[in-house]
Design a protein around this ligand. Structure first.
Ligand SMILES: [Fe+2]
Ligand SMILES: [Fe+2]
Length: 277
């Protein structure tokens, strides 16, 4: 197996935790938002909480996208653990703390999705086979194959979370509600209070690398170019949503907003945008 490239800063102090994130801040943010979320879920009716109010055909149409969501959250918890463990502790304390805070977020997202899937009637033992046939699996397999902490945080945060999570979850929450799925709508909205922090971690890594050595732009461009095209697999996994009765969802329209968001963010960092329509 080829030895993977490792990236360390000449001056590790150039990495600055986005929004001054540390464990105390993370705990306070979670205490506010997650307790509000659990109260919201508790106020749903039994039928709403158990997905008995959804449009017929909704669960079938959402299945592939849900597989990407649940297994994506599990993968994110795993690859952020790898990112944290890959860096020397003292020099990269702040970066490691951000990775661990994100790992907690992703595990809590996976727990919500697991609960939702069980309520929707899935059996946990059937999920691995459904995941095997989900097109989005390659995105997470790529991230799970990496060993460099900065590469993981940049690809996962700046490319994936930015393109998919931050753009996609607002639309998914509205769509869920329109189809009587109040549980996923609540899940997406609480998830969305965490995901921008994950995107910001990717940006913070890129900024630190560029401040350390402007020539690092070539490494960032290479990372973006090899990873970003995989994002299109989410569009394949989302196609069946178009066939849910009464659906106004368009996978192509979602791709257009992902490309627009990606382009804007790439240009801000001085990168050539990779994704096109
Ligand atoms: Fe997440
Ligand atoms: Fe995330």
């Amino acid at each position: 197996m080829a030895v993977q490239q490792r990236v360390f800063l000449n001056n590790p102090k150039l990495f600055v935790a986005p929004g001054g994130l540390n464990f105390e801040k993370h705990l306070r943010l979670h205490a506010q938002e997650k307790l509000r979320y659990f109260d919201e879920i508790a106020r749903l009716t039994e039928d709403q909480r158990n997905m008995r109010t959804v449009t017929p055909g909704y669960i079938e149409g959402m299945t592939r996208r849900w597989m990407a969501l649940y297994h994506g959250e599990i993968a994110a918890a795993q690859y952020m653990g790898t990112a944290a463990a890959s860096m020397p502790f003292h020099d990269y304390f702040e970066f490691i703390a951000c990775c661990i805070c994100q790992q907690i977020d992703e595990l809590s997202h996976a727990e919500m999705d697991r609960d939702m899937l069980l309520r929707a009637g899935f059996q946990l033992e059937d999920l691995p086979a459904l995941w095997e046939e989900c097109e989005a699996k390659v995105v997470f397999d790529h991230l799970l194959s990496l060993e460099d902490g900065f590469e993981i945080a940049f690809k996962g945060g700046f490319v994936l979370e930015s393109a998919n999570a931050v753009v996609g979850f607002h639309a998914m929450a509205r769509f869920a509600e329109q189809h009587g799925d109040y549980l996923s709508a609540a899940n997406h909205r609480t998830r969305l209070t965490d995901e921008p922090r994950h995107m910001a971690l990717g940006v913070a890594v890129a900024k630190a690398m560029l401040a350390d050595d402007p020539a690092n732009i070539h490494i960032l461009q290479q990372w973006q170019d090899e990873f970003a095209p995989l994002i299109y697999n989410f569009i394949h996994a989302s196609r069946p949503i178009e066939r849910i009765p009464g659906s106004n969802f368009s996978a192509d329209a979602q791709w257009a907003s992902i490309v627009e968001h990606h382009t804007r963010n790439a240009l801000k960092l001085g990168l050539r945008p990779t994704l096109t329509l």
